[in-house]
Design a protein around this ligand. Structure first.
Ligand code: ADP
Ligand code: MG
Length: 140
């Protein structure tokens, strides 16, 4: 299987509780490599663009306000089949459905405050990575 990349966000509910290191430990223990990382505060415009696909969903406003309320950590992860692998490591969107040992099972507070984002396809990973990192920022 070829090495590929995915995009990750450690969300405000996790940064607020000082869980960046614990989330990163789960990522690294799963065999994914953090090849770029920075802590940023998303603007409303950035969050709206990032979650545009959900703009007609009832939770969109709440999602944008949560994601902009406090800092996040944006990351590029690298590994074999990185998009699928990281979705496994994250667990289901609703932590009640998440498997044991997944980030969301371990740390999420609710379906909205679910600690991490991960890209859902290689195409979206490329788009999302480019929103936050230039090629020179990523050292594999
Ligand atoms: P995922 O993050 O697992 O890819 P989605 O892309 O479906 O999930 O949703 C994006 C984010 O929107 C979720 O991670 C979560 O923070 C929020 N969200 C999704 N569904 C709900 C919901 N029913 N109520 C509140 N927030 C939600
Ligand atoms: Mg999604």
């Amino acid at each position: 299987m070829a090495v590929s990349r995915t995009f990750s966000i450690i969300k405000p509910d996790a940064t607020r509780r000082n869980l960046t290191g614990k989330v990163n430990a789960v990522i690294e223990d799963a065999g994914l490599r953090i090849v770029a990382q920075k802590r940023v505060r998303l603007s409303e415009a950035q969050a709206k663009t990032f979650y545009e696909v959900h703009k007609d969903r009832p939770f969109y406003g709440e999602l944008v306000s949560q994601m902009t309320a406090e800092p996040v950590v944006v990351q590029v992860l690298e590994g074999e089949n990185a998009v699928v692998r990281y979705r496994e490591v994250m667990g289901s969107t609703n932590p009640k459905d998440a498997a044991e040992g997944t980030i969301r099972k371990l740390f999420a507070l609710s379906i909205g405050e679910n600690s991490v984002h991960g890209s859902d396809s290689p195409e979206n990973a490329t788009i999302e990575i480019a929103q936050f990192f230039s090629d020179g920022d990523i050292v594999g």
